[in-house]
Design a protein around this ligand. Structure first.
Ligand code: XUL
Ligand code: CO
Length: 437
């Protein structure tokens, strides 16, 4: 059964094309900096936004017109599997990502839920084998069901904690069964609203305990996926524990978890934390913690996670610049954790939105390559720090300076001369590069 009958396979037609159902920049086979675009970008479809979201918001019902909605329950889940593989095939996207409850309905009991999962996982495994498509990462949803009202790994209720552990165990088994390259932990309700009723230190200790159990169980069953934590500063709770990259790294370090984890960074989460995406990526990279990306963008006029498809070329360029400078995404990828707007309710919009995201990231990749090949930013940065290459600067870097030697130097060095950072000129140079590729 086809769910996108009127949509052809999306091909690369290049910059001159005016066909909306074609790529203008994403040419999967084009080699840049020694790898194909497909290898650099490792695109993934987010199951939940593409096959589950119905467009409802707090003010109105769903608007999305979706072929699989003619079915219910497990039948609808099966239809979504078919739709997912048709979608990936037509867009030439190699990976997908899901939460457990995206792929199969929750039953009345844990046993029933696991049985439903087994049916769909078998179907996914088959479809992966036939299509060559792969699972970039899976995760478990421990935030939607009302049992998680006070959190999962950070709940005040040990019975809920135990349920979360059982759900996580199954998630790791599912990941192994489907050969997931990564396993993601996004702390949905791992955070708090008020310290008046919260033991923050205890909750964080418990969260770390759950992660250690996950590592042990993954080792036990031979599931070798890269574990990823996805930081987010707020929403749903006021104080999410994994606020941003730096906070998450400090947590992992404190609890002896740093070697097993990397970060899955999301653009809109960075914005909510008051950071740029590139800041978060750089923070991860300089700590050896860059894992994978959730690609989207927020709306700077709104203070919540709008999960829009990424079309801001300055951001995609600087994102890919950071990724290339960090040596690539390794086992990670670019997962479109993005949803079509409520008014973009036709099935065709799912294609147009992914094309927009894929072309914007490919465009950003090409611009980033040019920035690297021309050493545009490298040259600027190197020149800016050149005072550390000789004299007192070189002594500081070599670890030879003391406060006394710095004082001796400063006493005779008068006046101090600073230079302009030239931000405005650099921004214009960046624009010129983006629009030249
Ligand atoms: C929530 C979010 C999640 C994670 C996976 O903001 O980004 O969808 O990516 O749980
Ligand atoms: Co995400």
């Amino acid at each position: 059964m086809s769910y996108f009958k009127n949509i052809p396979a999306i091909a690369f037609e290049g910059k001159g094309s005016d066909n909306p159902l074609a790529f203008k920049h994403y040419d999967p086979n084009q080699v840049v900096l020694g790898k194909t675009m497909e290898e650099h970008l490792r695109y993934a479809v987010a199951y939940w936004h593409t096959f589950n979201a119905n467009g409802s918001d707090p003010f109105g019902a769903g608007t999305m017109v979706r072929g699989w909605d003619q079915y219910d329950g497990l039948d609808r889940s099966k239809a979504r599997v078919e739709a997912n593989f048709e979608f990936m095939e037509k867009l030439n996207i190699p990976y997908y990502c899901f939460h457990d409850i995206d792929i199969a309905p929750e039953g009345a009991t844990l046993q029933e839920t696991n049985k439903n999962l087994d049916v769909i996982v078998a179907m996914l495994k088959d479809a992966q084998k036939q299509s060559g498509k792969k699972l970039l990462w899976n995760t478990v949803n421990m935030f939607t069901n009302p049992r998680f009202v006070h959190g999962a790994g950070t709940t005040c209720n040990a019975d809920v904690y135990a349920y979360a552990g059982a759900q996580l165990k199954k998630g790791l088994e599912v990941g192994k069964e489907l050969g997931a390259e990564n396993y993601v932990f996004w702390g949905g309700r791992e955070g708090y609203e008020t310290l008046l009723n919260t033991d923050m230190g205890f909750e964080l200790d418990n969260l770390a305990r759950l992660y250690h159990m996950a590592i042990d169980y993954a080792n036990e069953i031979g599931f070798d996926a890269q574990f990823l934590i996805e930081p987010k500063p707020k929403e749903p709770t006021k104080h999410q524990y994994d606020f941003d990259a730096a906070t998450t790294i400090a947590f992992l370090q404190k609890y002896g978890l740093k070697d097993k984890f990397k970060l899955n960074l999301e653009a809109n989460h960075a914005t909510l934390a008051g950071h740029t995406f590139e800041h978060e990526i750089r923070t991860a990279a300089i700590n050896g913690m860059l894992g994978s990306l959730d690609a989207n963008q927020g709306d700077l006029l709104l203070g919540w996670d709008t999960d829009e498809f990424p079309t801001d070329l300055y951001s995609t360029t600087l994102t890919m610049y950071e990724v290339l400078k960090a040596g690539g995404l390794g086992r990670g990828g670019v997962n479109f954790d993005a949803k079509v707007r409520r008014g973009s309710f036709e099935a065709e919009d799912l294609f147009l939105a992914h094309i927009a995201g894929m072309d914007s990231f490919a465009w950003g990749l090409k611009a980033a390559v040019k920035l690297i090949e021309n050493r545009t930013l490298d040259g600027i940065v190197e020149n800016r720090y050149r005072s550390f290459k000789e004299g007192i600067g070189a002594e500081i870097v070599a670890g030879k300076a003391t406060l006394k030697s710095l004082e001796q130097y400063a006493l005779q060095n008068n006046p101090i001369v600073n230079e302009s950072g030239r931000q405005e000129r650099i921004r214009l140079m960046l624009s010129e590069v983006i629009f030249s590729v």
